[in-house]
Design a binder for this molecule. Structure first.
Ligand SMILES: [Zn+2]
Length: 194
């Protein structure tokens, strides 16, 4: 019986000329020649962290190349879904033009934009509540009495989970139109930006 213990082969510094790139996964590799079969096989090469010395690459005869090809750029597993940002562009300086622009902005607004609009009104709500110690009514700042509870709750959940979910998007889109005047004022007061 052969009882020799197989010690892992030591890592060694690679001469730059010995490095090559795997054609399949683009990782740095070093071609080795097997002592047993005489065939070539690749091993992984790693950058050795020894700043500020010049960069060195090391490998070992037992670091068999772990080839994980990058997914083809033509065939992504999931098609990317770009967030198309809506634009707010009033046709003139009048209040009416700004309100119209805000409403059409809300019609097109993406989920992150709707969330920011909701946050802008929520922030006003909070300030007023702090000042009055109760949910303020009839002061036209922040949520109206009937919306306060549901919109505050949606805002808190959207902040926690970093997004509005499903039907909340449609609800906020619809509700925010009611707050167009405040949204324009908040935008001009730099309380939020589009
Ligand atoms: Zn590879």
């Amino acid at each position: 019986m052969n009882s020799t213990v197989q010690h892992p082969a030591q890592e060694y510094v690679v001469n730059q000329a010995q490095l090559s790139f795997c054609r399949s996964c683009q990782k740095l590799i070093v071609w080795q020649v097997s002592n047993r079969t005489g065939k070539r096989y690749p091993t992984d090469a790693k950058e050795q962290m020894n700043p500020p010395a010049p960069v060195r690459f090391v490998t070992s005869r037992t670091w068999f190349h772990d080839c994980v090809p990058a997914p083809s750029p033509q065939l992504p597993l999931l098609p990317p879904q770009p967030v198309i940002l809506a634009v707010y562009s009033p046709s003139g300086p009048s209040k009416a033009a700004k309100m119209r622009a805000m409403k059409s902005f809300l019609d097109q607004a993406s989920e992150p934009q709707l969330r920011l609009a909701l946050t802008a009104i929520f922030n006003r709500q909070t300030r007023t509540e702090q000042a009055h110690d109760v949910t303020s009514e009839h002061n036209s700042i922040g949520f109206t009495g009937s919306d306060a509870e549901i919109l505050s709750n949606i805002h808190k959940a959207a902040t926690k989970y970093k997004g509005l979910r499903g039907k909340q998007v449609d609800l906020i889109r619809r509700k925010m139109k009611k707050y167009s005047r405040q949204l324009v004022a908040a935008l001009e007061g730099k309380e939020w930006s589009i």
